[in-house]
Design a protein around this ligand. Structure first.
Ligand SMILES: Nc1ncnc2c1ncn2[C@@H]1O[C@H](COP(=O)(O)OP(=O)(O)OP(=O)(O)O)[C@@H](O)[C@H]1O
Ligand SMILES: [Mg+2]
Length: 256
């Protein structure tokens, strides 16, 4: 479904300095697969997502979806950004409806779906508010609704739960798995949380430090549907331990 073939991205800063964010990433994400991406801060996870989203162009290699090279944002893709990116002058409902509006597919069923999604993330009653009237976590939840409103085949999520409290985070994790199992999608999900990655993913892609490469891909053998009780299982612990080893590279991550 999503294929990255020897993809590289080097940024040139305003001072003319070259920053290699990603070098030589090859990865295939299968249709309806749930893939999580983990790695140290600055290793190029957001850059990788933006490449797949068609928001930036690679400086080497090729990104394709269903065989077609990605050159611009696609209608069948939804993206949740790391920081909330709502339009300040539009209401929460209009923000969620924005993708449908852009595609000229805004109708009554779209509006109903937007309201349902807002209810799902606990934002009923906030439809006519403006982003500045909501907390950061609430804005992030509205951003998740916006990414889902057109029921995209591909969902790109950049630390979507990062700004949320632990309880909301658990609730939305379960909800996202439910949405994904009801209406299968191909999901590429970036997170800083190793347990979250292992609980959600079919495969966890561990990236090495900048410039990012794929260090290893870990298959998660846990059955579905999943829940937080599975964190006690050996499959869960094996996968989280291996991920930690790769990220911390033999160095102990223990406090003592
Ligand atoms: N537009 C840009 N111009 C210049 N450098 C950039 C740009 N975007 C990203 N970078 C650089 O590319 C590298 C990777 O950034 P990226 O945001 O992809 O990392 P990340 O893995 O998402 O980090 P984090 O976990 O902190 O979100 C960083 O060194 C960053 O400074
Ligand atoms: Mg990032």
């Amino acid at each position: 479904m999503i294929v990255l073939d020897h993809v590289a991205k080097t940024f040139v800063t305003r001072g003319g300095e070259q920053v290699a964010a990603i070098s030589d990433v090859s990865l295939e994400v299968r249709r309806n697969e749930f893939v999580c991406l983990v790695g140290a801060s600055g290793c190029g996870k957001s850059t990788l997502l933006r490449l797949v989203a068609g928001l930036v162009a690679p400086t080497g290699g090729r990104v394709s979806i269903g065989g077609a090279t990605v050159t611009e944002p696609r209608d069948d893709t939804g993206i949740v950004f790391q920081a909330p990116t709502l339009l300040p002058w539009a209401s929460i409902l209009d923000n969620v409806l924005f993708p449908l509006d852009m595609m000229r597919k805004l109708d009554a069923s779209g509006r109903a779906r937007a309201r349902d999604l807002l209810a799902l993330v606990g934002l009923s009653g906030f439809e006519s508010k403006y982003p500045r009237e909501l907390s950061g976590g609430m804005q992030q939840r509205a951003g998740i609704c916006r990414a889902l409103v057109h029921d995209p085949d591909i969902l790109l999520m950049d630390e979507p739960f990062g700004a949320l409290d632990a309880l909301t985070r658990e609730e939305l994790t379960i909800e996202l798995m439910r949405i994904w199992q009801e209406r299968p999608k191909t999901i590429l999900f970036v997170t800083h949380s190793i347990p979250e990655a292992v609980l959600l993913a079919d495969r966890v892609v561990v990236m090495s430090a900048r410039p990012g490469r794929v260090a290893e891909i870990i298959d998660v053998e846990l059955p579905r549907p999943r829940d937080f009780d599975m964190e006690a299982r050996s499959e869960f612990q094996d996968a989280t331990r291996r991920t930690r080893e790769l990220i911390f590279g033999g160095r102990s991550a223990r406090a003592n």
